[in-house]
Design a protein around this ligand. Structure first.
Ligand SMILES: Cc1cc2nc3c(=O)[nH]c(=O)nc-3n(C[C@H](O)[C@H](O)[C@H](O)COP(=O)(O)O)c2cc1C
Ligand code: SF4
Ligand code: SF4
Length: 281
């Protein structure tokens, strides 16, 4: 088996997964002297395309963890949009310093179901999309040192796999398998809190009608004609909030704000990045 191409694949509403997958994919491609291609499935139009790989491909596949899993509205595309054809794959999740729960095992399973061979996996803490007070500045220099060590081990592993005719058994990662449960958000009172119907609002006096929020929404939920209206399904990804250059977008749903306050109180102790290998590098 000889690799001819590295591909970075990701969904990334606020940029963390994009940055982490690309950093690693670019380093691997450089070290192996292979071309790098990039497929970003964040926006709805990109998810009309089916991606087919070959045994000569190495795919770094990234998703953020939402409620302890692959974001549920993106799951159908992760399941149906990719054919691995025995390509090698590395599932990578980013998470906002609470927990990656079942996110990595679910991504590993979906990639294996799609015909990829998962050879390693990574779970990397990153700034929580909901709050700059949680994991801001992650990955930090300590995280990046661990990512570099992962990269070195991966290169050894890839060389070893290329020299043999058979890929190893799927990488073993923590989490409920099969993953059945989602994380239930808690409020500051420690009780479950529900904000499924929450949608962003707009300070009209700050909005200059640039249209960016509607253009970046992964669900196409914001009206292009009147960007203060959100007729579609909002998954609380925070893309519109973080990419509005006048800070005109905000959430005021009390249950959502209570969950964010709970996270800010309880999830500030830094989680370590975690790395897994299908066999000894
Ligand atoms: C709707 C939603 C749910 C989330 N759930 C979790 C979670 O269960 N555990 C966690 O540690 N972080 C959670 N996060 C934080 C994200 O996983 C983290 O910020 C991620 O890096 C965002 O990726 P992106 O910047 O590529 O969009 C959640 C974020 C959002 C928007
Ligand atoms: S990104 Fe901000 S300023 Fe631009 S249309 Fe949306 S709310 Fe208005
Ligand atoms: S409207 Fe909801 S789904 Fe769309 S970008 Fe904003 S937070 Fe994300």
């Amino acid at each position: 088996m000889h690799l001819t191409k590295v591909t970075a694949v990701f969904y990334s509403a606020t940029g963390n997964t994009h940055k982490n997958v690309l950093r690693l994919a670019r380093s691997i491609a450089d070290k192996l002297g292979l071309p790098l291609t990039v497929f970003d499935y964040t926006l709805p139009d990109s998810r009309t395309v089916h991606q087919t790989f070959t045994p000569q491909d190495l795919v770094l596949f990234g998703t953020p963890v939402y409620a302890g899993r692959i974001p549920n509205k993106l799951l159908p595309y992760v399941q149906d949009g990719f054919t691995g054809n025995e390509a090698l794959a590395i599932p990578l999740v980013t998470f906002g310093n609470r927990s990656f729960d079942n996110g990595l095992v679910e991504l590993r399973n979906e990639l294996e179901n799609n015909g990829f061979h998962t050879i390693a996996g990574a779970a990397i803490p990153a700034r929580h999309a909901f709050s700059d007070r949680i994991a801001a500045g992650r990955p930090d220099p300590h995280d990046l040192k661990l990512v570099d060590e992962f990269l070195s081990a991966l290169l050894l592993l890839i060389t070893k796999i290329q020299e043999t005719s058979l890929p190893p058994a799927p990488v073993q990662v923590p989490g409920e398998n099969p993953p059945l449960t989602y994380y239930t958000p808690l409020g500051t009172d420690g009780k479950p809190t529900v904000f499924l119907k929450a949608k962003p609002k707009t300070y009209i006096e700050l909005c200059d009608d640039c249209g960016v929020c509607a253009a970046v929404c992964p669900m196409g939920a914001i009206s292009h004609e009147d960007t203060s209206q959100v007729p579609g399904t909002c998954i609380k990804c925070q893309a519109c909030i973080r990419k509005c250059h006048t800070h005109a977008k905000y959430f005021d749903d009390p249950a959502f704000l209570s969950h964010v306050a709970m996270l800010e109180e309880h999830c500030t102790h830094p989680c370590e990045p975690k790395f897994f290998y299908a066999c000894e590098p």
